[in-house]
Design a protein around this ligand. Structure first.
Ligand code: CA
Length: 368
């Protein structure tokens, strides 16, 4: 311990770089501390989310998050969780927390591409890093610092909170046999994946989850990608579209986030800050692992029920999607300096960590 302190002191004095993974260490607020003599003060927070009320996994885990915090803080920090549309519309949760209507939110950063094009990088990049790689980048590759810097402009503190892992490619009413089939296709697909579909002659629609089933059923959209077998099953998409495609090229990792109003966070005494951060870490893990387990369970369930035709995008389609994805990433990088800085870090780390992923995860049976 003493040795480490000496090292840190020396490093600080000499200006040597110290890399402390900031999702485990803490944000700036830790350094500034908080009021410590406010042990009996009570805080009532509102949490807005981008998900339908009581949404499986997200909604349920966030309720547990709120209960855990209330217990751990002995009732000093209470968080009322609202589904999308209950307090503010789903896609206004970012603004609601930024402006202080609510203190905390849960969503996915690619919903905020309209506020800052760079934000979407933290959810996913088509054909980019998987979940483990993304967590590694955030914690050890400088990604978290970039995310914090970006959100600080909005008076927000971000935290990764849940990952879908690799997603499915989506539900289609018609088969995709060639890239020509994307022409004129109206598809719900957010983020950079949506840009790819647009470039291929389709139109990308961003609508909240609550409208998706009806839109697909009525033909307002022809296709959609949402999450994975579990959520897709709960949403009932298998009742209104026949083809279920993989792989989820558009989201090899689907990082969701918690964002906290910086001022509200600063008002908390230091112990409540710590309780909150620990609860976020726990919820991050709980969401991710439930996703992983339930998605496979429901994939098997859909297969067993036998009403859905499982398809894989043909190889030439995947090759084109990848080529166009690279173009879209390059365009984002050249059009926005903030995005460039984050993408440079992301892409470098992707290249770097992939060697390790290949080393430990290569499954020779799947080699073609
Ligand atoms: Ca998705």
């Amino acid at each position: 311990m003493e040795k480490r302190r000496k090292f840190l002191k020396k490093a600080l004095l000499t200006g040597a770089a110290i890399s402390i993974p900031s999702i485990f260490a803490s944000c700036k607020a830790k350094e500034t501390g908080g009021s410590t003599n406010a042990s009996s003060q009570k805080f009532n927070w509102k949490m807005v989310t981008a998900w339908p009320p009581n949404f499986p996994i997200y909604g349920e885990q966030l309720l547990r998050f709120s209960e855990n915090i209330e217990k751990a803080s002995n009732g000093r920090l209470k968080i009322q969780v609202y589904g999308g549309g209950e307090l503010v519309p789903a896609l206004e949760s970012f603004d609601a927390v930024r402006t202080g209507t609510a203190q905390i939110g849960h969503a996915a950063s690619y919903y905020w591409a309209g506020k800052s094009p760079a934000a979407q990088i933290f959810t996913t990049i088509p054909f980019g890093m998987d979940a483990n790689q993304t967590y590694s980048w955030l914690a050890y590759g400088g990604g978290m610092k970039l995310w914090e810097d970006l959100y600080s402009k909005f008076n927000l503190i971000p935290f990764p909170c849940g990952n879908t892992y690799g997603q499915m490619g989506g539900w289609f009413k018609k088969e995709i046999n060639s890239v020509e089939d994307f022409k004129g296709l109206k598809m719900r697909i957010p983020g950079l994946g949506g840009k790819v579909i647009t470039k291929l002659g389709g139109s990308a629609v961003l609508s909240p989850g609550s409208e998706l089933y009806t839109n697909l059923e009525r033909g307002v959209i022809d296709a959609l990608e949402w999450v994975g077998p579990y959520h897709d099953y709960v949403m009932g998409f298998h009742k209104v579209a026949k083809y279920y495609y993989s792989p989820g090229w558009q989201e090899p990792s689907g990082m969701t986030e918690i964002f906290i109003n910086n001022k509200a966070f600063e008002e908390l005494p230091s112990d409540l800050k710590e309780i909150l951060k620990l609860a976020i870490r726990k919820t991050d893990f709980e969401i991710s692992i439930e996703m992983y387990a339930k998605n496979f369970e429901y994939y098997l369930k859909l297969r067993k029920e036998g009403n859905v035709i499982f398809k894989e995008f043909p190889r030439p389609v995947i090759d084109t999607l990848k080529k166009v994805s690279n173009e879209v990433v390059k365009e984002l990088s050249s059009s926005n300096p903030e995005a460039k800085k984050i993408l440079d870090s992301y892409l470098d780390y992707n290249k770097y960590i992939s060697e390790w992923t290949d080393k430990i995860e290569k499954n020779w049976e799947f080699e073609v």
